[in-house]
Write a protein that binds this ligand. Structure first.
Ligand code: ADP
Ligand code: MG
Length: 689
């Protein structure tokens, strides 16, 4: 019999081995990421419908959610004058009948036909004089079929897959499959943490008997996800190893000289962070530290100090930026800073003859400080003696690049900087191996930035304000819309915008975009700094490293096209001088998310608060680029909510690796295999010793 074949299916069997799944459905499953039967185990339900019990229709009252079971007696599309069309269905059971309505769902008419047996769960409300259930979850039943009650899993669907089919398939296959899967946790640990077995947890996350069941199952599975991630990260970075790093001198003559050349004293926040970094640098353990600090908090100076300390004993320092443009910007900034101590900074972005030269000089050790992009970790680049690595804007950088870079040196000290402050919880999650430092506070004299949202129809208001500022001798940025991933198109938009603005008499307009040669960009930025322009029209190229205190106004065109982190970065270009600053967001947001981003910008200037809002709006995967780069993203775990579990998993991971750094003990065999798979997924080809 078909239904019994479930028991015979093995984890590694192709999904087509399952009764009822032919090539067509297999293709639908493939779109859900399911190729083998074993993949079904972790096709987690999106949620569960709570079908506590069936209520006879005569007992249904407005204001609550009910599950009813009956037959459809009427089904018709209605179009009340001046209102939206809707599908009106009447469901009847032996005790009475109830109206059920669906808006924008004409296509349901073919499913909800008179005579059809249905189970419906939804909220019942009063609509005018009538009582009805609107948009219930429903299930179509065969005439002799009994519905499943209790907590019913709702699975993601694709193609022709139907909810009912998914539930039935899962219910039939899961028990047989779950017991075949090895439990990755050693029995001692399971006992000690009072966990259920993984097999139990998997089955009960799909088909819990109660909410408590579900919670207990989830607890175990979330722990598994965290433990796997923690182990992968720790093992990848060789942090469990006792290999020695280098000892740098954070108080070298070079560092002192640089410190003295600064026109200001470090802020208390910077001083505190520099102390933490100094301790790392002077210890033989390789530094792996995340430096957080809001836009304008002065991270660059800290990076510069760290690089200079890294130059002790003839070593080299590298600064890695996420894009070529940002690398160029940082190169300008660092060159300027290091001029005072006579250190030349190379720029390596992977193009042309000059890149070859920089490459050679890097390999020979002649160049001691290099700024670059991913090109720095590419095959061709060798360092003579790499001492320190700064990674900027970590959220766009993968674990992979970091690991690759450490392989080039002798475990260099690594400082990872992020201008998008990441809530501590998430920092722990994603950078499980990093210590976290945060620069508190901003340099003195910063002015609050007023942020105003105006619609594109009212954009004149913004430009009028710019005109007033310019008249007072202040300067402004106009950031043109992000048209495309393609920089050439963005550049064109900037050119067009600048051209239009140049027609306005009395304004001196500068233009900078990513397609200009570096020298030209540098010239324009220099001229803007010297007040040769009143207004600088720019692409997002000015997002990082640009620092012109006299610029007190920013207009961002089509602001909804930018991410929240990017808007915050851009806005951070103003509010740096003595003048009160304003940022105009010109935008007609068309989605809820876009609306939420703009709203968040208007409401707060606090980078941390914005980062948290960003997480709410987009979720951690998107925000941190984990989908693309991370070590196996989380499916069940919510790093914000499950913090205690995360911390527990980290403690367990560290302890485990202390006793067994490579998970070679027999009781860790399953675990090792499982971590191995996570690493393969995220970083194919990475060697795990
Ligand atoms: P971040 O990279 O954190 O956004 P920057 O390093 O670009 O910030 O610093 C922002 C501005 O503040 C720069 O002009 C920098 O010279 C200035 N700055 C940094 N530290 C101090 C300080 N301790 N006192 C005064 N100004 C500072
Ligand atoms: Mg910076």
């Amino acid at each position: 019999m078909d239904g019994d074949r479930g028991a015979a299916v093995a984890l590694g069997d192709p999904i087509t081995k399952v009764a009822g799944i032919g090539p067509r459905r297999a293709e639908d499953f493939r779109r859900l990421g399911i190729e083998r039967a074993g993949d079904l185990l972790t096709l987690w339900p999106r949620r569960h419908l709570d079908r506590a019990a069936i209520t006879p229709i005569w007992q249904v009252r407005p204001g609550e959610t009910f599950t009813i079971l009956g037959h459809i007696s009427q089904s018709a599309l209605k179009t009340p004058p001046g209102r939206q069309p809707f599908l009106r269905v009447v469901v009847q059971d032996p005790t009475g009948s109830l109206v059920v309505s669906f808006f924008h769902a004409g296509w349901l008419k073919n499913q909800l036909t008179p005579g059809q047996k249905v189970l419906m769960t939804g909220r019942v409300d009063r609509f005018g004089r009538n009582v009805a259930m609107a948009h219930p979850d429903f299930e179509l039943l065969q005439p002799d079929e009994e519905p499943r009650l209790g907590l019913v899993p709702v699975y993601p669907l694709a193609g022709g897959l139907r909810a009912r089919f998914m539930q039935q398939t899962m219910q039939r296959l899961l028990p047989g499959l779950a017991v075949q899967a090895a439990d990755p946790l050693p029995p001692d640990l399971i006992r000690q943490e009072d966990f259920p077995t993984r097999s139990w947890a998997v089955q009960h996350l799909h088909f819990p008997h109660s909410q408590q069941d579900r919670e207990q199952a989830r607890r175990r599975l979330v722990f598994d996800e965290f433990l796997r991630m923690s182990l992968a990260v720790l093992m990848l970075h060789g942090r469990a190893d006792t290999r020695a790093g280098q000892i740098q001198d954070p108080d070298s003559a070079l560092v002192r000289k640089f410190m003295q050349s600064l026109p200001f004293a470090l802020t208390p926040g910077q001083t505190a962070v520099w102390k933490e970094i100094s301790e790392d640098l002077s210890s033989p353990r390789p530094m792996a530290r995340l430096l957080q600090g809001d836009v304008g908090s002065g991270k660059t100076i800290i990076a510069a100090l760290t690089m200079l300390a890294g130059l002790s004993n003839n070593r080299q320092a590298a600064f890695m930026a996420p894009t070529e443009l940002l690398a160029e910007q940082q190169h300008v900034v660092l060159s300027r800073l290091f001029a005072s101590v006579d250190i030349e900074v190379g720029l390596l972005t992977g193009r042309g003859k000059s890149a070859d030269l920089v490459r050679d000089d890097t390999a020979s050790g002649k160049l001691r400080a290099v700024v670059g992009t991913q090109a720095l970790v590419s095959q061709g680049v060798r360092f003579d003696r790499l001492g320190v690595v700064i990674v900027d804007e970590q959220h766009r950088f993968g674990v992979r690049q970091r690991a690759e870079l450490s392989e080039k040196g002798i475990f260099p000290d690594m400082l990872v900087m992020t201008a998008t402050p990441i809530p501590r919880t998430l920092a722990l999650t994603v950078y499980g191996d990093l210590e976290v430092s945060r620069i508190e506070g901003l340099p003195p004299g910063r002015q609050p930035i007023q942020t105003v949202h105006i619609s594109s129809a009212d954009r004149r208001v913004a430009y009028q304000a710019v005109r007033d500022r310019v008249r007072m001798g202040q300067q402004a940025y106009v950031v043109c819309p992000l048209v495309d991933e393609n920089e050439a198109l963005n550049a064109k938009a900037a050119v067009d915008l600048a051209e239009g603005m140049r027609k306005i008499p009395g304004w001196r307009i500068g233009l900078v975009h990513g397609q200009m040669p570096l020298a030209e960009k540098t010239r324009v930025m220099g001229a803007f700094r010297q007040r040769e322009f009143d207004v600088l029209v720019a692409t997002t190229i000015i997002e990082v490293g640009v620092d012109v205190p006299n610029a007190s106004m920013m207009v961002i065109e089509q602001a909804e096209r930018f991410g929240l982190a990017q808007l915050h970065q851009l806005r951070g270009r103003v509010g740096r001088g003595a003048h009160a600053s304003t940022c105009y967001l010109i935008s007609d947001p068309k989605t809820e998310d876009a609306e939420a981003r703009i709203q968040a910008m208007v409401e707060t200037q606090d980078g941390l608060a914005l980062a948290e809002r960003d997480l709410e709006i987009r979720g951690p995967g998107e925000v941190l680029g984990m989908r693309q780069h991370g070590v196996a993203g989380f499916e069940l775990a919510n790093p914000l909510r499950d913090l205690t579990m995360l911390e527990r998993a980290r403690v367990v991971a560290r302890k485990m690796l202390t006793g067994d750094p490579r998970l070679n003990r027999p009781e860790h065999a399953n675990l090792r295999q499982w971590v191995r798979e996570a690493i393969d997924e995220a970083l194919p080809g990475q060697v795990l010793h």
